[in-house]
Design a protein around this ligand. Structure first.
Ligand SMILES: [Zn+2]
Ligand SMILES: [Zn+2]
Length: 369
């Protein structure tokens, strides 16, 4: 079928709206008409080739929409179902078998290869193939080809125009707290970076019942929003010794939990140094491949841990509907992070995101086909 996609032609290039041809779904595949598609940091670092995704490609991995067609053998969804698209996983490796699809042994192949497992791409133009299947979707397009495995059915009355980011950025921040760190009620947590992932972590800390929730950033407007959404304290890191200020807030002990969302090595060091004995730091920020950090070994020895977290340890079919319910109840107001843009304005959305004007841009598709 004929679709319109935002193509990334070369490294760092602006997105270019381009008509493409999309394959019919093969067995196990699902075609989804996009209603909304979030812009995530990972789209931009792939555009800039921090990860070796082959170009030209259609990026976008926070799609939500309506099932248009399904391939043979698909039983989980049918045309007309409302779905959120999420990361893909193989479903057949030891980590998938353990219910940990975010650590699928084939995670790179399933999400970053730019093609199906057999090397084919479902996207074509007259001059040849275009890489697709980014995160099993390539959602910067009017229609996306997903697999049965990476679509998550949601209620028909759930607000599809907002739900795209639940598939990656928001589930990453919220799941990092609710699924990975699991702070008991009454515990203390500090979140480094008050972007959409960080503020999602702050909102999840409220849901979990944390009583000390500190947000740290360089941008006072973001810190104000973090405070409105549940941070009990905010720190502008430009004002001086962040670790000391966190110790002062916690009677000299440090935090039970810290969350690092910035991918800056010096910030991860702060997040580790700000822990109390026995505390755990969750690393969420995705740095360029090969980035290293130094940590204090004696400090770690006293029961402190630093652990990496991908996609909030989410099992998406279980976790995304929970986030939809929490939002419906007013307990997880992630819509406060979102600004919507018409699909045509994708480059404006990216510019506003990179300038820090918009926390979570979401493209909406209106009537365009
Ligand atoms: Zn797997
Ligand atoms: Zn993402």
């Amino acid at each position: 079928m004929r679709i319109t996609a935002a193509l990334t032609e070369t490294k760092g290039a602006p997105f270019a709206l381009t008509p493409l041809e999309l394959d019919d779904p093969r067995p196990g595949e699902v075609v989804v008409r996009m209603v909304s598609s979030g812009v995530c940091h990972t789209d931009l670092i792939v555009r800039d080739q921090w990860y070796p995704v082959p170009l030209p490609a259609v990026l976008g991995h926070e799609g939500a929409g309506v099932v248009e067609a399904v391939g043979d053998g698909v039983t989980y969804v049918a045309p007309g179902d409302h779905v959120v698209l999420t990361f893909n996983s193989c479903g057949a490796c030891r980590m998938c078998d353990q219910g940990r699809p975010a650590y699928c042994d084939q995670f790179f192949a399933c999400n970053f290869a730019g093609s199906r497992a057999d090397g084919s791409t479902p996207l074509h133009r007259e001059s040849g193939g275009v890489h697709g299947v980014f995160f099993g979707q390539s959602a910067f397009a009017t229609y996306a080809l997903a697999t049965e495995r990476n679509v998550v059915k949601v209620d028909q009355d759930a607000p599809l125009e907002l739900l795209g980011p639940l598939g990656c950025g928001i589930q990453t921040g919220a799941g990092g707290v609710l699924n990975s760190l699991k702070p008991p009620a009454g515990s203390s947590i500090a979140v480094f970076g008050a972007g959409s992932v960080g503020i999602s972590a702050v909102m999840a800390a409220v849901v979990a019942g944390c009583t000390t929730i500190v947000a740290i950033d360089l941008n006072d407007q973001r810190l104000e929003l973090a405070e409105q959404l549940g941070a009990t304290h905010v720190i502008n890191a430009a004002a001086g010794d962040t670790v000391q200020r966190l110790r002062d807030l916690t009677g000299g002990l440090g935090l039970d939990y810290t969350v690092e969302t910035t991918a800056v090595p010096a910030v991860l060091r702060h997040a580790a140094d700000a822990l109390n004995q026995g505390g755990t730091c969750g690393l969420i920020g995705a740095a360029a491949l090969g980035t290293e950090v130094s940590l204090d070994m004696s400090s770690l020895l006293f029961g402190r841990s630093v652990r990496g977290i991908v996609e909030g340890d989410s099992v998406p079919r279980l976790f995304i509907p929970k986030l939809v319910d929490l939002h419906r109840q007013g307990r997880f107001p992630f819509d406060k992070l979102i600004k919507t843009y018409a699909f045509e304005d994708i480059n404006q959305a990216v510019e506003d995101s990179e300038k820090g004007i918009t926390l979570k841009p979401v493209l909406t598709f209106g009537a365009r086909r």
